[in-house]
Write a protein that binds this ligand. Structure first.
Ligand code: PRT
Ligand code: ZN
Length: 283
């Protein structure tokens, strides 16, 4: 049994649940408790606040966890990053009132900076040899400058909308973050095996993202040209049609180039083009 900690509610919850569900691990949301057992895979889901996930994994209360890299960097617990998951992307940045002139990182010497990420910030200031006052506050960091509590802030930014609303501008992007799968160091053999199975499934789901499965019919003599347009994974699958002189071709294509490929294929005489979604890709 492998115990996976995910965020109970918040920005990472939905995508964490969806990733596990795409990997064949379904948890009944109506029966959601602190701890839930998956019916179809030997895992348990532990719902926690994101702040508590790195510690839970370092202590072995959970074997693995899905959490923002920003929390891992701030909490400094001894965990291993097993995989980057590509969602929950954001950065932790320094921001100052927009009317201020920014001359470079030395600007922060002697300034008061409000943040919920004091560890990451003091590490940055130390590297940059900046002497500043760090004020740790738990929430609503973005209002600190306007109420006179701080000269600047160090906070999470994604679209930048919150900074603009609060009359601030982003001047230094210090740490880039996304959701990561972290693991306890020294997992028992049985748990490692379940984790490898889980990783195999997650990678199959990730590989299929942005890919489509395309089927089309075309005259046999056009096959070499069509294969040059759509090389496929190894090479395309080609099957004869009941109608003599015609074949059906099946191939995996990237969604980004799908329309241009369809136009090129139509131009050489392809017909009956079907595009299907691809769920998993096992190599
Ligand atoms: O209750 P719990 O402690 O579990 O949740 P939480 O409130 O601490 O965290 P939550 O759910 O807000 O965020 C969880 C994780 O999502 C963070 O640790 C980040 O890894 C990631 N993430 C991604 C973000 C954002 N994007 C984000 N935009 N976390 C917070 N924000 C905030 C940001 O602080 C800003 O105030 O959203 C606001 C809007 O951002 P803009 O730039 O889009 O306006
Ligand atoms: Zn939190």
């Amino acid at each position: 049994m492998l115990r996976i900690a995910i965020q109970a509610k918040g920005r990472l919850n939905e995508e964490s649940v969806e990733l596990l569900s795409d990997a064949g691990i379904s948890i009944e949301s109506s029966k959601r408790k602190l701890l839930a057992r998956s019916e179809d895979f030997p895992v348990e889901i532990l719902y926690l606040r994101d702040d508590d996930i790195p510690q839970a994994v370092s202590m072995g209360v959970a074997d693995v966890g899905i959490v923002g890299y920003n929390e891992v960097a701030e909490k400094e617990f001894d965990v291993e990053i097993a995989h980057k998951l590509g969602f929950g992307k954001c950065r932790i940045s320094l921001a100052i009132p927009k009317a201020e002139e920014y001359t470079g990182v030395a600007y922060f010497n002697g300034k008061r900076v409000a943040t919920s990420y004091p560890v990451v910030l003091s590490r940055f200031f130390k590297e940059q040899k900046i002497e500043a006052e760090i004020h740790e506050i738990a929430g609503s960091v973005e209002i600190a400058p306007s109420v006179g509590m701080a000269d600047a802030i160090f906070d999470i930014v994604s679209s930048g909308g919150t900074l603009v609303t609060n009359g601030l501008k982003e001047v230094e992007k210090v740490l880039f973050s996304e959701a990561v799968l972290i693991r306890h160091k020294g997992l028992a053999e049985e748990k490692q095996q379940i984790l490898s199975q889980l990783m195999f499934r997650i990678e199959a789901v990730e590989r299929s993202r942005g890919l489509k499965y395309m089927l089309l019919n075309l005259p046999d003599e056009k096959l070499p040209e069509a294969i040059a347009i759509l090389p496929g994974m190894k090479s395309p699958t080609v099957l004869p049609l009941a109608q003599k002189g015609w074949s059906s071709m099946h191939v995996v294509v990237n969604e980004r180039e799908m329309w241009s490929k369809i136009e090129q294929l139509k131009a050489i005489g392809a017909e009956d083009i079907l595009v299907l979604s691809l769920e998993k890709m096992i190599l």
